[in-house]
Ligand binder design. Structure first.
Ligand code: ADP
Length: 192
């Protein structure tokens, strides 16, 4: 089973993806994690994306599609969770093509719905918690970049909701519930 977790930054996609990895043995493909790894490695691509990411903008479709292509071609999995990808219609089209090439299907797209005010609080809180615990704070977890990330989400990513709805693949889950509640709601969708 291959699924997309869709929702604005701070909606809890990464948290829920990690539950699915633990419990269902699925493989999480987070383009955000891949890009951060590229940045930390100091590779040429990492240098190109660092600045865009720190400001909250979207990295080019070409780069992220390339990252996903590489994973789909090399990793064998009992289901993929796409987390933070696709973020544009071009990425969604590319994903369709890549899955088809691999003889795979897209089984569900789950939208985590969260109120915008809560998102900003969550992201700024996440940075404060990390700092208090002496852990590294993501370069883009601040109020300024958060505004750009939300704007990018509404301009470029939210059209995917209509796209997947029209294809009959969209399910909505209330992302404001407790982690356990959200997890249960996602399970209900997947167990259909
Ligand atoms: P969040 O969902 O909290 O914004 P992510 O870890 O998914 O965090 O993404 C962090 C940043 O990485 C994004 O703000 C963007 O700059 C870049 N990024 C991640 N995935 C994509 C993608 N699919 N397309 C373009 N840029 C991406």
């Amino acid at each position: 089973m291959n699924i997309i977790l869709l929702g604005p930054p701070g909606a809890g996609k990464g948290t829920q993806a990690s539950f699915l990895v633990e419990e269902r043995g699925m493989v999480q493909l987070s383009t955000g994690d891949m890009l951060r790894a590229a940045k930390d490695s100091g590779s040429e691509m990492g240098k190109v994306v660092a600045d865009v990411m720190a400001h909250g903008g979207l990295v080019t479709d070409e780069i992220v599609i390339g990252l996903i292509r590489e994973q789909l071609e090399t990793v064998k999995a009992n289901g993929f969770i796409f987390d933070g990808f696709p973020r544009t219609l071009a990425q969604a089209d590319a994903l369709n093509g890549l899955l088809t090439e691999q003889g795979e299907n897209l089984d569900a797209v789950i939208e985590l719905e969260v109120d915008d005010n809560v998102l900003v609080e969550r992201i700024v809180g996440r940075a404060a918690d990390a700092a208090a615990a002496g852990q590294p704070v993501r370069a883009d977890d601040n109020a300024e970049s958060m505004k750009v990330r939300l704007m990018e989400y509404y301009k470029k990513t939210s059209p995917l909701l209509g796209y997947y709805y029209a294809k009959g693949q969209l399910s909505r889950v209330d992302g404001l519930g407790s982690m356990e509640q959200v997890k249960a709601d996602i399970a209900a969708v997947l167990n259909g």
